[in-house]
Design a protein around this ligand. Structure first.
Ligand SMILES: O=C(O)CCC(=O)C(=O)O
Length: 288
């Protein structure tokens, strides 16, 4: 893997830039089985209380395969109109020396793809998924963000702890649900999701521009965190204010996932300044 890249470049890309104690590896969330149809009103209540819901077998192996094929089609540049590929920052200069196949393993993200790939649009509109999101937000869901989160083997970087709503110019009381769909097995070794159950009920927290737009490392409630390992086809749903993050992938395993964000149809926008008044740190008596 990545044979054409010098050891120095790989070593620099593999440096761990965060305190290891930000991620604990000793507890795991519970989840349900039986697909989206198995979600009960008690599970909906669980989501409201804890800010997340895990459905281990949400998508079939065929749905996962079709989705991965669609993702690889875009990652390999087969749709020339699609421009949403983002590389691991420390590897981007290497893309010209890599084969198409090798290049897949330095891609960090693909963004805004549903209009470019019918197989990815289909999963964002999956009947079972949309029906459950509808129950969670108690309204008709509108997809407003779509991403493929790749975290490649060896060089996949951390996504620091954050709240998704800190990124969105949506009215602050908007019910936002994220759906994170594992296409490979997501494990403790390859950077599965870590969450802080119940943190959504504590409201918006201040974010800082550090390694990313993130919660300050010293404000992370790490003693309350749990991991969410998933098999391919597993789905984690979470509330837009839930604290979550993922550590780096230094294993030789791929960790490809999709993430969709939904809010009620017809939701309006606020100005960036209004969002920053709440989530930003400027002018506030808070240090990082
Ligand atoms: O998939 C990941 O590694 C983290 C994604 C995430 O939390 C986000 O983009 O909001």
């Amino acid at each position: 893997m990545l044979k054409s890249i010098s050891e120095d470049v790989l070593k620099a890309a593999q440096a761990i830039l965060y305190p290891p104690e930000l991620y604990h590896f000793d507890s795991v969330t519970e989840g349900i089985w039986g697909g989206f149809e198995a979600v009960t009103d008690a599970d909906v209540q669980f989501f409201h209380t804890h800010g997340y819901l895990v459905i281990h077998d949400a998508f079939s192996p065929e749905e996962v395969r079709e989705t991965l094929d669609g993702m690889l089609y875009l990652m390999d540049g087969k749709n020339p109109d699609y421009r949403g590929i983002q590389y691991e920052p420390k590897m981007v200069k290497q893309k010209s020396v890599l084969s198409t196949e090798e290049r897949r393993d330095i891609i960090r993200k693909i963004a805004s793809f549903v209009k470019f790939e019918p197989r990815l649009q289909a999963i964002s509109e999956h009947e079972g998924l949309v029906a459950v999101v509808q129950r969670l937000i108690d309204d008709t869901p509108m997809l407003f963000q779509d991403m493929g989160l790749i975290k490649p083997p060896h060089v996949g970087s951390e996504k620091p702890w954050h709240q998704d709503c800190a990124y969105f110019n949506l009215p602050l009381d908007t019910p936002v649900v994220a759906a994170w769909i594992a296409l490979d097995e997501a494990t403790p070794e390859n950077g599965c999701m870590h969450i802080i159950p119940g943190s959504h009920r504590e409201g918006p927290v201040v974010h800082f521009n550090r390694r990313d737009w993130q919660i300050c490392d010293t404000h992370v409630l790490a003693d309350r965190e749990v991991m969410v390992p998933l098999k391919p086809g597993g789905c984690l749903l979470w509330h837009g204010l839930l604290h979550h993050g993922t550590p780096a992938n230094r294993s030789n395993l791929r960790r490809r996932a999709l993430q969709f964000h939904y809010c009620p149809e017809g939701t309006g926008k606020i100005k960036t300044q209004e969002r920053m008044d709440v989530f930003g740190n400027e002018g506030k008596d808070v240090e990082c």
